[in-house]
Design a protein around this ligand. Structure first.
Ligand SMILES: Cc1cc2nc3c(=O)[nH]c(=O)nc-3n(C[C@H](O)[C@H](O)[C@H](O)COP(=O)(O)OP(=O)(O)OC[C@H]3O[C@@H](n4cnc5c(N)ncnc54)[C@H](O)[C@@H]3O)c2cc1C
Ligand code: SF4
Length: 329
């Protein structure tokens, strides 16, 4: 690991100014991703600005209803919060489906959103990788890509975003609050991320010095009827192969409203807006759910070894929505 400096500022504006004004400086949350990448040589910050001492660790009622979650809230605390469990069970379930108890105790909301891909080549500095080192190539396209993207990828990168929490937040229409050198702004969580195109090294639209301060989950009456399901190669402590976050509102046997997002299939949490649109007003049946999933997945462009994820994603959507509709297959 390369030598680096460490600072622990006590207010957000000092943290922002330091990272914005120092080449190679990065924010440090729980360090569960960044420290690993530093040990592997895939990240080499000159200065770590630890933001876990900032007063960003509260979960509060949001002004317009819903919850405002500080970016420093630990994943374990968020998953255990009574309001999250009751009003947004999909979020609590997604958090608990990720990593391990020890990691969740350290991991923060901000760091979870900005964790980097688990593509093997990205983490292996002996291999080329456009995301780690622009212009070097993408060995995953012809190599090991079984777990990589079927939606939203490009010729330059086929990596997936690994966060489970972000998938639930995408389904819930969460808003990310940012404080940067130019002031504050807010973005829908899906707008935080960008598709790789020909610049896969840029995962998000954030600029240097942009600090995530909070995530706001807006009130959503039917979010109490929500769930997260994750398919993985091992029953625990494993990243998703495909996951789905959903909330469903059924009246008189028909879908009155629905929220759906897919995980581990794209470079960002994938809000399935086409499927949502296709479902509103339809009978709440497995057949409708299957058709809606297929509508979303028409855009899928699987690679040689990951075509199975298209079928898996479709079946997972049918399963999670059927469970929420109370119609077990
Ligand atoms: C073995 C293992 C298994 C795992 N399994 C899963 C899994 O199944 N599902 C899952 O979702 N995750 C999984 N994870 C990943 C884990 O969830 C992340 O490492 C964690 O959420 C990152 O949070 P952190 O606070 O430690 O981030 P850090 O490592 O501290 O930071 C990550 C990135 O975010 C930036 N950053 C941190 N805070 C802020 C902020 N407030 N504003 C702007 N930038 C910020 C940092 O500069 C860095 O670039 C796993 C990790 C490990 C090691
Ligand atoms: S898929 Fe992306 S992260 Fe993986 S090797 Fe290709 S460019 Fe790198």
């Amino acid at each position: 690991m390369r030598p680096f400096q460490y600072q622990r500022p006590s207010d957000a504006s000092a943290a922002v100014a330091t990272v914005a004004g120092t080449d190679g400086a990065m924010f440090l949350g729980g360090g569960t991703n960044l420290a690993d990448l530093m040990k592997l040589g895939a990240a080499a910050p000159t200065l770590l600005v630890d933001v876990t001492g900032l007063p960003l660790d509260r979960i509060e009622p949001a002004a317009g209803g819903g919850l405002r979650i500080g970016s420093g809230v630990r994943n374990s605390d968020l998953a255990a919060d009574g309001r999250v469990r009751e009003e947004f069970p999909v979020l609590a379930q997604a958090l608990l489906a990720g990593a391990s108890g020890q990691l969740r105790n350290l991991a923060t909301v901000g760091g979870n959103l900005l964790q980097r891909t688990r593509c093997l080549y990205f983490q292996d500095v002996t291999k080329p990788c456009n995301k780690r080192q622009p212009g070097t190539g993408c060995p995953a396209r012809s190599g090991d890509h079984r777990s990589l993207a079927i939606l939203g990828s490009s010729d330059h990168c086929v990596a997936t975003h690994p966060s489970d929490m972000a998938v639930a937040l995408a389904a819930l229409g969460a808003v990310v609050h940012i404080e940067g050198p130019g002031g504050t702004r807010a973005l829908d969580v899906t707008e935080l991320y960008r598709l790789p195109g020909d610049e896969p090294h840029r995962d998000t639209v954030l600029r240097r010095g942009d600090l995530i301060t909070a995530v706001e989950v807006p009130a959503l009456g039917f979010a109490a009827n929500s769930a997260y399901r994750k398919v993985r190669d091992r029953a625990s402590f494993a990243f998703g192969v495909v996951s789905a976050a959903a909330a469903l509102d059924v009246a008189d046997g028909r879908v009155r409203d629905v929220r759906l997002a897919l995980g581990a299939v794209a470079p960002m949490p994938w809000r399935a807006r086409r499927a949502e649109q296709a479902l509103r007003g339809q009978p709440a049946t497995a057949e409708s759910f299957r058709r809606a999933a297929e509508t979303e997945l028409e855009a899928a462009r699987p690679l040689r070894d990951n075509g199975f994820k298209v079928t898996l994603a479709r079946n997972l959507v049918v399963r999670v929505l059927s469970d929420l509709a109370g119609r077990h297959l």
